[in-house]
Design a protein around this ligand. Structure first.
Ligand code: IMP
Ligand code: MG
Length: 177
């Protein structure tokens, strides 16, 4: 598929599933080298479900998994208002925590998640994101592991949605203008 229509918008193919697979494998290998204990991977829902699952399969050392869900986006704009819908249940005190994010845009969501996790006193928290929009990023928190640096354009697929549609696409598509 070269183009997909979701609700009122058209999206064009941007990144193939092969490219994604390759990047996910590279990220998993980098994190494998970084850990010195059993890590806790905190997968951010809903967007991170595909990345989280492929990353988990590519990561070859013992690991713990947990989930967090916050919501910030309405249509194609970040609202800046981040609501916690599901919090972690795993004990992360003194643990090596890696947040697995689908995408870091303004950083509002990340900042909120960091603050929530930090309150449980982990050994450290690092960020692993498949997509990162440097031009949109407004925070000082370092983004430790990045799959793809992309321009400030709206994308869908591989977990990412436009008003809940597009998550099941295995490639990534960019908004057509
Ligand atoms: P931030 O809080 O502005 O960094 O936005 C992060 C969240 O907004 C992500 O976890 C996604 O759910 C969503 N988001 C940001 N950019 C995009 C995009 O290009 N497509 C789909 N969702 C996005
Ligand atoms: Mg979303």
């Amino acid at each position: 598929m070269k183009e997909v229509v979701l609700h009122d918008k058209t999206f064009v193919k941007y990144i193939s599933s092969e490219q994604i697979k390759k990047e996910v494998k590279r990220l998993a290998e980098e994190v494998e080298k970084d850990v010195s204990d059993i890590p806790v991977f905190v997968i951010t829902l809903k967007g991170g479900f595909m990345f989280g699952s492929d990353f988990a399969k590519a990561f070859k050392k013992p690991a713990l998994f947990d989930f967090i869900r916050v919501k910030s986006y309405i249509n194609t704009e970040s609202t800046g208002d981040v609501e916690v819908i599901l919090n972690v249940t795993e004990n992360i005190k003194d643990k090596e925590v890696y947040i697995l994010e689908d995408i870091v845009d303004t950083g509002n969501t990340l900042e909120k998640i960091m603050a929530l996790l930090q309150s449980h006193q982990p050994k450290f928290i690092k960020i692993v994101t498949l997509f990162y929009k440097p031009e949109a990023y407004k925070k000082n928190i370092p983004v430790d592991f990045v799959g793809f640096e992309i321009p400030k354009k709206f994308i869908v697929g591989y977990g990412l949605d436009y008003n809940e549609l597009g998550r099941n696409l295995k490639e990534v598509y960019q908004l057509k203008i």
